[in-house]
Design a binder for this molecule. Structure first.
Ligand code: HEC
Length: 334
């Protein structure tokens, strides 16, 4: 039978111009994205209605980001298998690359909306933003090169395709790693050697009189329950709690910490609000502050929220002393 030699590619060929056009538009759009909009534009507290929609769409970053990761890893795997079975298996990766590219555009746009809320800041966020955009640009380019090469339009594109694909994979690792670190912390902290190190450090308990109240008792409580959202990488409500100075500055709307004044210190009143209150801290589905921890925090604010004062420098009521001893010996403090 007389089959046209390019039968397999007829659809791909028919839409080539259109797809190149759309891809170029997406490429340009994503590349200029960092110069559009202003941080704070989508801030849930201050934004107007269109900003609030951006804030909402931003949440979908966490859904879409996984699609280009999966598709890119699939393409890399197909190429490796193609390499192993040289000649016998020719991977057809254009479609998967097209999927990676389009889902990556959506993920990058949603990610940028999230950035515009102003609730993610710090060097890690800037690196992740750069990598995310770079990745999207690279994966679109890789797709275009592969697409054109498959149609035999530009025959010498093969080596360029391979280089693009390797670069795309490398940027993916960086973007994914920084992104993961932002939301989940570094995975390296769970290396068995690190975990054992921590356990041993706890075993060698320090003499309790050397304990600095803020550093060894208060900060660890906040680190455990608050700083993931109120720290260097995320400052929800414009509030950071990773240093006393930042706590004194407070958030966008509330005083966080007022020495000697529990009612004015929203870090305390927010914890004491009913759990289903929108302003209750930490938010409903997160690890909560225990009664004992709350008593300790209140006591610390009552005595003036000192920064460098040691436990041995102050009169500790017996009830608090017991709570602190339990906290420190359980290894949750320090
Ligand atoms: C899961 C993330 C998360 C955790 C964990 C968390 N917060 Fe919040 N916090 C938020 C968000 C979001 C807001 C903004 C809430 C709003 O405006 O409705 C906020 C706002 C605040 C504010 C008000 C800031 C302002 O000026 O508007 C205070 C104070 C606060 N949190 C204290 C705490 C304390 C204390 C903890 C730990 C016990 C904590 N938060 C843990 C997410 C979190």
């Amino acid at each position: 039978m007389d089959m046209p030699t390019n039968h397999k590619h007829s659809v791909a060929k028919k839409y080539y111009g259109l797809i190149i056009g759309i891809s170029m538009l997406a490429l340009a759009g994503v590349a200029v994205m960092p110069w559009l909009g202003e941080v704070g534009l989508a801030n849930p507290k201050t934004a107007n209605i269109s900003g609030l929609w951006l804030n909402f769409l931003g949440e979908f970053h966490f859904l879409f980001l996984h699609l280009p990761i999966g598709a890119t890893v699939l393409v890399l795997s197909m190429e490796v298998i193609g390499l192993i079975f040289r000649g016998k298996y020719k991977p057809d990766t254009a479609l998967a690359l097209g999927f990676a590219a389009s889902s990556s555009v959506i993920a990058a746009i949603c990610g940028y909306f999230l950035y515009l809320t102003g609730e993610y800041e710090g060097p890690l966020v800037e690196e992740h933003k750069r990598d995310g955009i770079l990745f999207t640009v690279m994966v679109i380019l890789t797709f275009l090169v592969k697409y054109s090469y498959d149609l035999k339009l530009i025959p010498w594109f093969k080596p360029i395709y391979i280089i693009c694909l390797i670069a795309t994979g490398a940027i993916l690792i960086s973007a994914g790693h920084h992104g993961g670190e932002m939301t989940h912390g570094s995975p390296m902290r769970s290396l068995p050697s690190k975990v054992i190190e921590k356990r041993e450090a706890r075993g060698s308990k320090e003499v309790i009189s050397d304990v600095i109240i803020y550093t060894h008792i208060v900060h660890p409580i906040l680190d455990n329950k608050c700083i993931s959202c109120h720290g260097p990488d995320k400052a929800k409500g414009g509030l950071r709690m990773d240093s006393i100075e930042a706590m004194f500055e407070g958030g966008d709307e509330e005083e966080c910490l007022v020495p000697g004044n529990l009612e004015a210190s929203f870090m305390i009143t927010s914890i004491m609000l009913p759990i289903d209150d929108d302003c209750h801290m930490p938010p409903e589905n997160k690890k909560q502050i225990t009664d004992d921890e709350l008593k300790i925090l209140k006591w610390w604010i009552d005595i003036g929220a000192p920064k460098d004062v040691k436990l041995s420098d102050v009169d500790v009521p017996e009830a608090i002393d017991t709570l602190i001893a339990t906290l420190l010996s359980s290894g949750r403090g320090k």
